[in-house]
Design a protein. Sequence first.
Lengths: 81, 160, 97
Amino acid sequence: MIWILDLLILLLVVICAIAAINVRDLLSATIIFGVYSFLMCLLWAEMGAVDVAFTEATVGAGVSTVLFIAAILHTSRRSKD
Amino acid sequence: MRQLQQRVETQQQVGESLITQTAVRLLVPFVQLFGLYVIVHGHYSPGGGFQGGVLLGSSFIMLGLAYDQKTVLRLMSERTNILFGNLGALIFTGVGALCAIFGGLFLDYSALDVLIPLGPIEWRSFGIFLVEVGVGLAVMSIMASLFWDLGSAGQMDEGL
Amino acid sequence: MKALALLATLVTGAILLYGTMDFPAWGDPQAPAAGRLSTHYIENAIDETHVPNLVTAVLGDYRGYDTMFETVVIYCAGTVVISVLRRTRKENPEQDS
């Protein structure tokens, strides 16, 4: 029954990836990227790679989101195209 | 009284909030304790130097988010931070070089048995611990300084 | 131009998906990665290093050289960011005020 959870997480990962590209607001894209990282973390933990999941949760969802926000605050928030 | 008035005024200018500051002040010791636990307990549970170092660095990032940069630099000056980073990288490479100096291969920790006779197998375990501490220190310093430089655009006077 | 980019993305994705068809199944004991080296680590890591967490034993001891240069890469990245972004206030006092 674990493959249903797998399928759900993978579907959400794809949705998050498409949404992070399509959204206009850069801050929203950053937050969606954090959601993407947490879903990947859940996927690693479900596959038994707990160390990789830990790294993904701390670096991917924690620090890189903050660094993206710090970079966004020094540029304009809306993308032009 | 006048000092308090001044402090409230600067807080309103910079846009700091009392709730965030109190929450961060309560949370930071526990995050640092958890980071140390992850580094030290990496032999028995998931985790290790890299994850623990990121947790330790993120505690300074949280301080920089809630307060301004000057408060963080008073707690952990830039010179100390860079010293920690250099020390971490030096511990890792130094342990490897010591192994080569005392007659083993590079990063073969069982050669350090000549220094303190613990037994070669126990030295391999202890060498992994030393190396993890080095990785943790280096990653903590680099993560904190990355945020400090990116968040304040290199000026180091105010936070985000 | 947008259709061309979409076409390139779709074709690349299809080729990558086609490449994964030759991969061994997840958790397959007959996979090449689960051959002699992996079983050697699983059987001997605790006896040789006294570390119960296999991931830490492999990262810190058997593959210590990889971990060392990972640390060096992170250290170099941090040093470069500091040296590019950090500016002291003495350089341009007119612009600051």
